[in-house]
Ligand binder design. Sequence first.
Ligand code: 5GP
Ligand code: MN
Length: 315
Amino acid sequence: MNKLIELIEKSKNIAITGHVSPDGDCTGSTLGLYNYITENYKDKQVRVCLEKPSMKFSYMNGFELISENPFMEADLVVSLDASDRERLGSRGVLLDIAKESLCIDHHITNTDFAKFNIVEDFRSSTCELLYTLLEKEKVSVNTAICLYTGIVHDSGVFKYQSTTKETMDIAGELIAKGFDFTKIIDDTYFKKDFNASKLLGLVLTNAKLEFEGKCCYGVLDFDTWSKYISDKKKMDGIIDNLRNINGVEIALFMYETEKNEYKVSLRSINKNVSTIAAALGGGGHIRAAGATVYGNADEILKDKILPMIEKELNG
Ligand code: 5GP
Ligand code: MN
């Protein structure tokens, strides 16, 4: 019996949490585990304690029960898809409240911050790793929908290098449960609102190339993006468009979240951007990483980020 199942069996009151700005993998793994426990262990009390994810994920069972409030007792907290305690935001306090804590994650920058940690950085997604910890025959279609969503999102629809035969085998087992996977991929990964598409166009129009075309970057200040969209999550995917330009090896996208506060996203073809993100106080994966930085965008770019990118490109 693995640690997850062992801890679930001996806990009555279970809190499930994940990182701030939950993405497909975080939302899918937390709700996937929620569905698995509530369906197979009727005597357990389970809650998902998370920042509200994008409404595009509202088809997942249990979505409307997600609560941001961490201040409730728990025998066990399971953290999914978060590399460190800071990534849990105010939900980090659950690690102090709960009697036991378990972290399940696939980030190379994971700090083993819980009492028990199951971290496999070769996995495409936390959802893939979570599936390997569950009893296959006890995975329902509701759980499968959640896990499949996370695998699709974090593997870039089975395209990133983290995708393995096992990723595909697991995705195959999940779709065999029977659901409309085409609709999930289209609605949550590819489709964009009209205004979000225009904003993408604006970023591409103003994007800059550096280092003989090996680096492409785009920056948006708050006033610019908020004229098009109200929800910053609608900028997901802009970074991939910068990365998909011929010749680009490292892409960078920065948008202002508050005065002098910027969310940075980094993507690469083969280079390591996780160390750049870590040096900026963030983290992530070798080819997809991020951070939050403070100050003047031009100065941060020129003095900090572009020199690190140049070094990585020449390294
Ligand atoms: P994104 O650019 O899509 O926000 O994030 C890409 C990857 O980097 C994700 O795996 C995400 O978990 C990680 N990441 C993004 N921002 C941060 C951050 O501020 N801190 C840490 N530790 N990881 C981050
Ligand atoms: Mn993930």
